[in-house]
Ligand binder design. Structure first.
Ligand code: KIV
Length: 260
């Protein structure tokens, strides 16, 4: 049974989301933003996953706010209908003032809202952004920006203690005014319980089907980054192989002397 959301009038979802599951996909440039929008997604996230799937970095920790603004500008240009969320990159929101300045840059680049990672330590920043009229999406569970401290990509919410901490963080973020919370790599049972406990929607990735919606990295969905595929990813296409095959065909044609 889909959940009916009790959205604040200021929620960026209020115009188009009532009870359907939220469909969210990442995009990083004009063609991917436009294709996601034309395919009818509710949310285009310009995620800092671009550090890995676009920039070839080992993780998201070295992504800068300049990179995020550059890609947000390109992706937003392709989007007509969907809500565009821009990720605040690691190290770009150490204080409420820094969060506000960098979130304003993402909004200026075309995002309608911003996302940041973490719970209780981020409340003052979330409140500062919302006071300034910038809608904020939270992000709990596995926090890729802290992958080094955490020693890898680990499932969250496995123990009662972890589940209780996640719930306290989620409720505090909701109280601070976030309009949605991404749950990354949270056990399905804990993600469902969090979804039930909140009035704002949860958007899951690797967190089971009990969330208020799902988000996926575009490259995982279309098989565009075959060198690292998360265990929960399902690819509906094989863009890497198709591209490689197209280039092989072109190369063979040119080498065979066909100049058409
Ligand atoms: O950066 C990103 O793509 C994300 C999603 C994995 C939720 O934060």
């Amino acid at each position: 049974m889909p959940k009916r959301y009790l959205l604040e009038p200021t929620s960026p979802f209020v115009d188009f989301l009532t009870e359907e599951p939220i469909v969210a996909v990442t995009a990083y440039d004009y063609p991917s933003g436009r294709i996601c929008d034309e395919a009818g997604v509710d949310v285009v996230l310009v995620g800092d996953s671009l550090g890995m799937v676009v920039a070839g970095l080992p993780d998201t920790t070295e992504v800068t706010i300049e990179m995020m603004c550059h890609h947000t500008r390109m992706a937003a240009r392709g989007v007509r209908e969907a809500l565009v969320i821009g990720d605040l990159s690691a190290d770009s929101y150490n204080t409420p003032d820094e969060a506000l300045s960098n979130a304003s840059s993402l909004i200026e680049a075309g995002a309608h809202a911003v996302k940041l990672e973490g719970g209780l330590g981020q409340i003052a920043k979330v409140e500062a952004l919302i006071r300034s009229g910038i809608p904020v999406c939270g992000h709990l569970g596995m926090l890729p920006q802290r992958v080094k401290e955490e020693g890898g990509y680990k499932k969250k919410g496995k123990t009662d203690d972890e589940a209780a901490k996640l719930q306290a963080a989620a409720l505090a973020l909701e109280k601070a005014g976030v309009f949605a919370i991404v749950l990354e790599s949270v056990t399905a049972a804990t993600a469902s319980a969090l979804t039930d406990a909140l009035h704002v929607p949860t958007i899951g990735i690797g967190s089971g089907i009990g969330c208020g919606g799902q988000i996926r990295v575009l490259h995982d969905l279309v098989g565009g980054y075959p060198w690292f595929v998360p265990p929960f990813a399902i690819s509906y296409a094989n863009v890497a192989d198709d591209t490689r095959n197209a280039i092989h065909s072109y190369r063979r044609k040119v080498q065979d002397g066909d100049k058409t």
